[in-house]
Design a protein around this ligand. Structure first.
Ligand code: NDP
Length: 475
């Protein structure tokens, strides 16, 4: 799935990996509202081959039928077409020197999608599968997610097809420095504020921030989020996406008058989002019985030992198979984590990791809730199957918004040169997630789709951005 190779010819391109691990063809099939269908066809025509972007756009378009009927002024002002066209797309060369002295070349991206609500905000992903279509799907989702947080942030995303796996610390640093040597001219605390995503954690943000500071001669803490606690970072940012996801699910459970107590939970991935989702689940009384990485998954029926998992993943940067070796848990290399029976499934690894076959397996095993910690981890067919079977489904743009919301809290602390306690920041995060949940619920009810969190999230996020765009004129 991912290449860990470091030996390459001098001056050659880093080979791009297959685009997406699970999607091989354009998944978009269903017809849309007659006003929306031609708009969507324009998206397909103008962005050929960008299947993940098509999928993300289609998912939002599917929710907008009642909006175009109720708010014709959006159609009149071509708001939907404008939202689908990024304000700016930057693609650049990232040359760097590996440990053997060879020059390597990667491609860097930053898509500044929409700044109607505030500076562009969204993470950087370093993964061999990254190409323009992935950056655009992520940036598009980010617009609506950021709107849902209620914070003054626009949407953007970036990254590179650089593969951090198997690289030395010095190689990572040289790559980050080269990446920032181009990116710095496009970002700023009032312009565009990147953060982490897959392959970009505290270490990479440190190298990126160091190079930004060096080039600009400015200690502009608000230019990046996800910083270390001693140099401008915020408490809870590391935990925020995973904790926020579980706070969202907790609201869903409360609405059903139940709780995490005694529930079996499966969390895919074992990166930043997955680890802290698992931590909060166990704090709230649930039992996480399985986790994964791109090599396979482990099953530990007694509950995952999170100290051991953190040691392997955060300290050693090792593989999940090492967990099985240390604990005597079951390790499965060829198979799907979604075959493990559970009441709550939290996909927290990557896009399109849960398709209709996985959904069928989850349904057969009695899953009650699926909530997306990753961005677009469920295919459209997977989502449809789950919802038709009555499974409560929380889309990523609502359920995983805690990370970016806490990034906005980090920006607030940087602007006021303040730093808040863990407890205060965590309480703010929880309130924000409760607010997003309430907004999704009430919007779904307002548009006659009670309990439909997908429609609620898409419509609430979209209308907020659309209203700001109308107010700002044709720009
Ligand atoms: P990390 O890089 O920390 O972790 C990613 C995890 O997913 C790793 O365990 C990785 O395994 C696994 N993974 C990646 N690709 C695949 C694959 N093709 N098949 C199976 N497993 C895979 O990333 P994050 O935890 O930060 O991000 C995870 C998801 O959450 C992404 O979709 C991201 O966009 C989304 N997200 C992240 C936020 C954040 O604050 N970090 C905020 C909102 C959303 P391996 O190590 O083997 O590659």
């Amino acid at each position: 799935m991912e290449s860990g190779s470091t030996s390459r010819d001098p001056g050659t391109w880093q080979d791009p990996a297959p685009r997406s691990p699970h999607v091989t063809e354009d998944p978009v099939t269903t017809d849309l509202h007659p006003t929306l269908q031609p708009m969507f066809e324009t998206v397909l025509r103008r962005n050929p081959g960008e299947v993940e972007f098509h999928q993300a756009a289609h998912e939002v378009f599917e929710s907008l039928s009642p909006v175009v009927a109720k708010r014709p002024e959006y159609v009149q002002a071509s708001i939907i077409e404008r939202i689908c066209e990024p304000e700016r797309q930057i693609i650049f060369r990232v040359p760097w020197i590996d440990d053997s002295g060879k020059v390597q070349i990667n491609r860097g991206f930053r898509v500044e999608f929409n700044s109607a609500l505030g500076p562009y905000k969204g993470g950087l992903r370093f993964h061999p599968s990254v190409y323009l279509g992935i950056v655009k799907f992520l940036g598009f989702e980010q617009i609506f997610k950021n709107a849902l947080t209620g914070m003054p942030i626009g949407g953007g995303k970036g990254g590179s097809d650089f593969d951090p796996k198997g690289k030395s610390d010095l190689e990572i640093m040289r790559f980050c420095q080269s990446f920032m040597t181009e990116l710095y001219r496009h970002i700023g605390e009032y312009t565009d504020v990147p953060a982490g995503d897959i392959g970009v954690g505290g270490r990479e943000i440190g190298y990126l921030f160091g190079q930004y500071k060096r080039i600009t001669n400015r200690y502009e803490a608000g230019v990046l989020t996800g910083k270390g606690l001693t140099w401008g970072g915020s408490m809870v940012r590391t935990e925020a996406t995973g904790y926020g996801l579980v706070y969202f699910v907790d609201e869903m459970l409360r609405a059903d008058k139940t709780s995490f107590d005694g529930k079996k939970v499966v969390v895919s991935g074992s990166g930043n989002v997955a680890i802290y989702a698992a931590e909060k689940v166990s704090q709230l009384g649930g039992t996480v019985v399985a986790m994964s990485d791109s090599g396979g998954y482990i099953v530990d029926e007694g509950g995952i030992d999170l100290d051991l998992m953190k040691e392997i993943k955060e300290v050693r940067r090792g593989r999940i198979s090492e967990y099985a070796e240390s604990r005597g848990a079951r390790y499965v290399e060829d198979g799907s984590i979604w075959d493990v029976p559970c009441q709550i499934a939290l996909p927290c690894a990557t896009q399109n990791e849960l398709d209709e076959n996985h959904a069928a397996s989850l349904i057969e095993n009695g899953v009650e809730i699926v909530a997306e910690g990753a961005n677009m981890p469920t295919t459209q067919a997977g989502t449809r199957a789950l919802r038709e079977a009555g499974v409560r489904f929380a889309p990523g743009k609502a359920a995983n918004a805690g990370g970016v919301a806490t990034s906005a809290l980090e920006m607030q602390q940087n602007a006021s040169r303040d730093s808040w306690s863990f407890e205060d920041t965590d309480a703010r995060l929880r309130e924000i997630m409760q607010g997003i949940f309430g907004n999704c619920m009430t919007t779904a009810e307002e548009y006659d789709m009670p309990g439909d969190y997908v429609a609620g999230a898409n419509i609430a996020g979209f209308t907020q951005v659309a209203d700001a765009m109308l107010a700002l004129g044709v720009i």
